[in-house]
Design a protein around this ligand. Structure first.
Ligand SMILES: Cc1cc2nc3c(=O)[nH]c(=O)nc-3n(C[C@H](O)[C@H](O)[C@H](O)COP(=O)(O)O)c2cc1C
Length: 224
């Protein structure tokens, strides 16, 4: 484990899609899974489980499914608006190249962590609203994020993927997932082939945070 601080880990946690096939020691795997269990969930119910996929045949089957979804995603990818600058364009192209690499080497990744959830164990407070429901995800993805940060601390590359959710029936059959459990994410983890985690590009606080009302600029302001 590295002694990376929490803020440094968050600031350098990026999608790492080129992963070596080298095995992950059992104690390391246990620590990152344990970090996931520490995440908060609605009512502390922990309505998620994770399937640790290591068998080559199942990983091969996942690769076939993932590659199909990835091709579909790339075909429908609208690219960046004409106004996008060269740096943004270069980032987009790097992402597509790394995504292709992951899709082509999916089964070589030592471990896929398939996160599942049970909607019947959740109080989904926005389920009746006439818009897409997101509250249920808040009892799953904090666990995934804890796991990603723990991977960062362990020097493991990782990336949150959701493309396999589109072929959930096939994943369900492959991994013996009973109803009403469903799939939320697949996180491939492994030691990085290249530099691994590093600098990220994100919008800053001044764009993301408002002061007291929507659209009101959040400046330095008085101390709260
Ligand atoms: C909800 C969600 C779904 C994602 N699904 C995929 C996916 O299916 N495949 C993939 O390669 N990356 C996926 N990603 C990774 C994002 O593309 C990545 O986090 C984003 O482009 C930022 O990249 P960076 O962290 O390297 O800056 C997903 C991320 C999130 C948060």
């Amino acid at each position: 484990m590295t002694d990376v601080g929490l803020y440094e880990a968050m600031r350098t946690l990026r999608a790492v899609r080129r992963l070596r096939p080298d095995p992950i020691p059992a104690d390391v795997l246990h620590r990152v899974l344990e970090a996931a269990t520490w995440a908060p969930t609605g009512g502390n119910v922990q309505p998620w489980r994770v399937i640790v996929v290591r068998e080559p045949a199942r990983k091969q089957a996942l690769q076939r499914l993932y590659a199909e979804q990835w091709q579909r995603y790339v075909a429908g990818h609208r690219g960046l608006p004409a106004a996008a600058d060269d740096a943004a364009r270069a980032r987009g192209e790097r992402m597509l190249r790394a995504g292709n690499h992951l899709a082509e080497h999916f089964a070589e990744v030592p471990i896929h962590l398939v996160f599942c959830f049970n909607p019947q164990l959740m109080a989904i407070t926005d389920a009746a609203l006439p818009r897409v429901s997101v509250v249920g995800g808040a009892s799953i993805y904090p666990a995934v994020q804890n796991l990603l940060l723990a991977c960062r601390a362990e020097g493991l590359g990782c990336v949150l993927t959701t493309l396999l959710c589109a072929c959930e029936d096939e994943v369900r059959a492959l991994l013996e997932i009973p109803q009403p459990w469903a799939t939320a994410a697949d996180v491939p983890i492994g030691y990085p082939k290249l530099r691994g985690h590093g600098p990220i590009s994100r919008r800053g606080v001044e764009k993301m945070a408002f002061a007291d009302g929507w659209g009101r600029p959040f400046g330095a302001g008085p101390a709260a």
